[in-house]
Ligand binder design. Structure first.
Ligand code: AHR
Length: 493
């Protein structure tokens, strides 16, 4: 029996809703087909956006959406994507499959999508192959209210009023696809480019510098030392790869056994170490915690589905992905003092997606269901949970079996999310509530008897949330029996 205690008086700060951010890149079938089909498509659409995808995503209360990349961002020239569609420049998407990009989805289409989803835009600018002037003009185009060359151009293109632009990334992975730079060089470029990302009128841009790849602590050290006072956020990219090897097979999304299940859980938990170590460096230069750590790319990354374009990063999504999502979100909550935003990669048809599409069909992935179940934590107050997790042993390796997070929302409801990482062993938990009186308990469970269970276009509801009947409330204690390989969210009121 695992003993747990939640102290409702011990508030640990707000779990920013921005931890539930998403990412949409011009990559494979994410934007084209997945989101944008155009108004003349036979696929039911709203102003050119797939209606089914819009509806599904609206339900997730997505707080922020990152665009247009990714690696694509540092090759993207925004002026190619404005004006009449028939006159927009065609280009090659060099990073992702070498396919044609017709620029039919540009600034106006992205910002309208954000309006339709009631989400805030986070745009990544081009440092790798773009000019300072180009970046300055983009921000002016979107946000300047008044007479100016860029505001005039925006008006000519049909948008009288400026948009709000709350988040702007100054480059992406500039240590890699964004220019193969050294941190010293990028830090100087960041200082220069970010100077021209201006706040027009009352629009305040939260500027995000390109941060480290995984455990490149030197990058964080240099960026913080050289430019921390000029940035609001520093990004971090870390993907869970079952094999742990970028350069060989990453592993199949669906064909895996217990070894790969375990290594996936272990590699997911590595996110905590990364956050702790990067935060320690950030603390040195920014003890007040003004600069947010922005985990703007995370999620499971596997070999692409057999027969699909390797440059499209299309992969299936199983119960294992549900655990990756739940564990990462619990980690982000725990470090929400420093981690101010996170964006799972990516929203539709790419990597660890929320939804997959095929023609006019769409399915919700197990990851979608976790985001749906967890959305109750958005902007709630983080609570302290005391417990010692039993260990999950595989061969000679050990990791914690349970990942837990609790919050209290504005209405005083307590939400507890628990992931049981063990592939075969259930967990009995008895949770004591301090400073709150739970009278009613309800819960949702996501699990399956098969570890690689997933939804297909023929069987779209193989993995879906069910009412959780394994919890009861007795004398102020919550008793629960968590099935193996499961994600549970409980609400107490
Ligand atoms: O999300 C896919 C790619 O992964 C992004 O374009 C890039 O930033 C990262 O390497």
């Amino acid at each position: 029996m695992v003993r747990m205690a939640i102290n409702a008086r011990e508030r640990k700060g707000t779990i920013s809703r921005y931890l539930y951010g998403q990412f949409a890149e011009h990559l494979g079938r994410c934007i084209y087909e997945g989101i944008w089909v155009g108004p003349d498509s036979p696929i039911p659409n709203t102003e050119g956006y797939r209606t089914d995808v819009l509806e599904a995503l609206k339900n997730l209360n997505i707080p922020v959406l990152r665009w247009p990349g990714g690696c694509f961002a540092d090759e993207y020239h925004w002026m190619d994507g404005i004006g009449p569609k028939s006159q927009r420049a065609r280009m090659i998407n060099n990073h992702w499959g070498g396919v044609e990009e017709n620029n039919h989805f540009g600034t106006h289409e992205f910002l309208r999508l954000c309006e339709l989803l009631d989400t805030e835009p986070y745009i990544s600018g081009n440092v790798g192959s773009g000019t300072v002037r180009e970046m300055q003009q983009w921000v002016e185009y979107m946000t300047f209210d008044g007479e100016s060359p860029m505001a005039g151009l925006r008006k000519e293109n049909g948008k009288e009023q400026p948009w709000k632009l709350p988040f702007f990334g100054v480059g992406n992975e500039n240590w890699g696809c964004g220019g193969n730079m050294r941190p010293e060089y990028y830090a100087d470029l960041y200082r220069r480019y970010s100077s021209y990302v201006r706040n027009y009128g009352d629009n305040q841009v939260y500027k995000i510098a390109c941060g480290p790849n995984t455990d490149d602590y030197h990058w964080t050290e240099v960026l913080m030392r050289e430019a921390h006072w000029l940035m609001n956020g520093l990004s971090l990219h870390y993907y869970t790869i079952p094999s742990g090897n970028w350069f060989a097979s990453k592993g199949s999304a669906t064909e895996f056994g217990v070894d790969e299940w375990f290594s996936t859980m272990k590699n997911t938990l590595f996110m905590e170490e990364l956050i702790v170590k990067h935060s320690k460096i950030m603390d040195k230069y920014d003890p007040e915690g003004k600069v947010g750590l922005i985990v703007d790319e995370w999620g499971g990354w596997y070999d692409v589905e057999p027969g699909t374009n390797p440059g499209f990063l299309y992969q299936q999504n199983t119960l294992r992905d549900a655990l990756i999502a739940g564990v990462n979100l619990n980690i982000f909550h725990k470090y929400s003092k420093r981690v101010k935003m996170a964006n799972i990669a990516q929203v539709v048809n790419v990597l660890q997606a929320m939804v997959l599409t095929e023609g006019d069909k769409m399915l919700l992935t197990p990851t979608y269901h976790v985001f749906d179940m967890y959305k109750v934590h958005q902007d709630a107050e983080l609570l302290d949970v005391e417990f010692e997790s039993p260990m999950y042993k595989h061969g000679s390796q050990l990791i914690p079996q349970l990942s837990v997070s609790a919050s209290i929302d504005k209405e005083g409801r307590i939400h507890l999310s628990v992931c049981n990482l063990h592939h075969a062993v259930s967990a009995s938990v008895s949770c004591h509530l301090e400073g709150a009186e739970g009278k009613e308990i309800s819960g949702t469970l996501l699990t399956h008897s098969s570890l690689n269970a997933h939804n297909t276009f023929h069987q779209p509801e193989v993995v879906k949330p069910a009412k959780f009947t394994g919890a009861k409330l007795e004398d102020g204690q919550v008793h629960m029996e968590l099935p193996p390989a499961s994600v549970v969210v409980l609400t107490l009121k």
